[in-house]
Write a new protein. Structure first.
Length: 290
């Protein structure tokens, strides 16, 4: 199957809500690619985060604010999103010349299952002051391993093993990185760089919570902070820090593209060891590669 023909959702109903502060963004039906590895009856967070980002971005575009760009995307995953159609609504909490704050809710059967708070800022000019920043930054795989693309692909991973798409090689306790060519959120729509970054952010669990026994933690919230958008739809993640105490884990990952760093993502998660996801026998074939 050609991954470029896939998406997480299809648009089944056009928006029919108000155009005011609580605007509706239509109903989305999930595709098989949106199924969670935790349960086939649930949606994974990558699809949910991408859908929430799509609605926030469309809401700001409807305001005519092309002078703003997304700088912070916080997602709360407080109920399991079922593998069923969902609706999205947005509220503009605050709009001013330099910021716009949008709250988005994803609902099923009239009940909210996830939400996002998305902050858009107006770019100006950086100061010329000398301020500390790290000198050693993560980067993408070599181009002969992962050539640049605008088509979805199986993620590349690096750990104690070299960059590869073979998940079996990376089920270890090594510090992890991933390189992701994102999947479109809605069929027939061009994936935006913000949607790609927001969806990929939930996938930080693969670099922060994947160890020798698989992924044993489930995300409860994700915060993506961006200094700029990725150039295109390829996004990398690299584990920076992780702390776990009594089953509650907090991890931070660097976010980057082919040109350099673009931000960071922080993930809070709960242990879910009885339903861990193991990749030691999984082989994902990328049909877009020879």
């Amino acid at each position: 199957m050609d991954l470029s023909s896939l998406s997480f959702f299809t648009l089944v109903e056009p928006p029919d809500g108000p155009d005011g502060p609580h605007a509706a963004d239509g109903a989305l039906a999930p595709t098989d690619l949106a199924r969670s590895s935790w349960s086939r009856e649930q949606l994974h967070g990558v699809a949910v985060s991408g859908a929430l980002a799509r609605t926030a971005e469309r809401t700001v575009a409807a305001l005519g604010r092309d002078d703003l760009r997304p700088a912070r995307h916080t997602v709360d995953l407080f109920r399991p999103a079922r593998f069923e159609p969902c609706t999205l609504t947005a509220e503009v909490v605050r709009e001013s010349p330099r910021i716009c704050l949008v709250d988005v809710a994803l609902s099923q059967h009239g009940e909210r299952v996830a939400r996002a708070s998305v902050l858009f800022l107006k770019a100006t000019e950086s100061t010329d002051a000398a301020i500390w920043e790290p000198g050693d930054r993560p980067g993408p795989p070599p181009v002969d391993v992962a050539p640049p693309t605008d088509r979805p692909a199986v993620p590349f991973l690096r750990s104690d093993a070299a960059w590869s798409q073979d998940f079996r090689q990376h089920q270890n306790a090594g510090r992890k990185m991933s390189w992701n060519a994102a999947v479109p959120v809605v069929a027939g729509e061009r994936l935006t760089p913000f949607e790609a970054a927001a969806a990929t952010a939930d996938g930080a669990s693969l670099v922060l919570n994947w160890g020798s026994a698989g992924v044993q933690h489930i995300n409860t919230d994700v915060t993506l902070a961006l200094a700029r958008l990725p150039r295109g739809t390829e996004v990398g993640l690299a584990a920076l820090d992780r702390v776990e105490v009594e089953g509650i884990a907090v991890g931070t990952a660097a976010v980057f593209d082919r040109e350099g760093p673009i931000g960071e993502v922080v993930v809070t998660s709960l242990v879910n060891a009885r339903r861990s996801i193991s990749f030691d026998r999984e082989e994902y074939r990328d049909p877009n590669r020879a």
